[in-house]
Design a protein around this ligand. Structure first.
Ligand SMILES: [Fe+2]
Length: 280
């Protein structure tokens, strides 16, 4: 296996790996180490069945069960027993979505930050990709932490952040509704990665809603100030998908976002996640 950096800030590509074949324990531990160190790990040109994707995911941990949205937020019917999620804008014959997260741009966020034990890793496998757009951008939360000005770091030290998902894609969730109706959880602002022992700033513009000890307006100003640092162009790798690409990322050390694409062009990826622990 050969490892090639995808950008200065984040990400590595592995060459010389065929995921559809069994991966021995030594190679598995090398992959896991490179993934933790680089936050995202890409392999191109793979032809994978769902079972092969699950087998690859198990190198990194235990495949996580689906977290169902509250009933009123459900846009399509998914099999709750199948942890494979179809991320697609395709519709069935009656015009109903066949998968989740359909169309359009999505702001930077990290998956399942709003549950007690956020899913540690997410995998996307590209099946069908539009001619232009629909890229996934990744931003390093390690660099975000390292680049926080002292005064901002001081304001956030030891605080918790309320993470909430309101099923919006390009605006923060609505604060004027009962929290009981939404998936939400208070998480530490600064998280120590269990594999690398590096600190990351666990804040995103989309899903971080409130900072402990601050008003709503103060919280939004702090969240935006952090997001401006994390989302700086030099801190980002933008992936232009090709069918057969598979990326696994660490939800504790990076954010991801999606760029827009023409509505009439199909975009389908298969997604699984790995269980995580409560954060410290
Ligand atoms: Fe996501």
């Amino acid at each position: 296996m050969e490892f090639i950096k995808l950008s200065e800030a984040i990400g590595v590509e592995v060459r010389g790996l065929n995921i559809s074949e069994p991966i021995d324990a030594v190679s598995g531990s090398v992959l896991r180490r490179e993934w933790a160190k680089n936050s995202i790990l890409l392999v191109r040109g793979q032809e994978l069945t769902e079972d092969e994707q699950f087998a690859y995911a198990r190198i990194y941990g235990k495949v996580a069960a689906r977290v169902s949205p509250p009933v009123e937020k459900r846009s399509y019917r998914a099999d709750p027993d199948n942890p494979m999620q179809l991320v697609t804008n395709k519709l069935d014959k009656r015009g109903k979505p066949v998968g989740s997260l359909g169309d359009g741009e999505m702001w930077f966020h990290t998956d399942k930050c709003y549950v007690e034990k956020p899913h540690r890793a997410s995998f996307l496998y590209a099946v069908e990709i539009p001619l232009s757009g629909g890229h996934t951008k990744f931003a390093s939360l390690y660099n975000g932490y390292d680049r926080l000005p002292f005064s901002l770091r001081q304001k956030l030290e030891g605080r918790k952040v309320l993470q909430m998902y309101d099923y919006t894609k390009t605006e923060p969730g609505d604060l004027d509704q009962p929290l009981e109706n939404l998936l939400h959880h208070w998480q530490p602002v600064f998280v120590t990665n269990p594999d690398t022992l590096r600190k990351a700033v666990y804040i995103s513009r989309l899903m971080s809603i409130r900072i402990e000890g601050y008003s709503d307006d103060e919280s939004r100003a702090l969240i935006d100030a952090v997001a401006d640092i994390v989302e700086a162009p030099q801190n980002i790798y933008e992936h232009v998908w090709k069918p057969g690409d598979i990326i696994v990322w660490d939800n504790l050390s990076c954010l991801h976002a999606r760029t827009d694409w023409p509505r009439e062009q199909a975009r389908t990826l298969r997604r699984v996640t790995i269980e995580g622990e409560a954060l410290a």
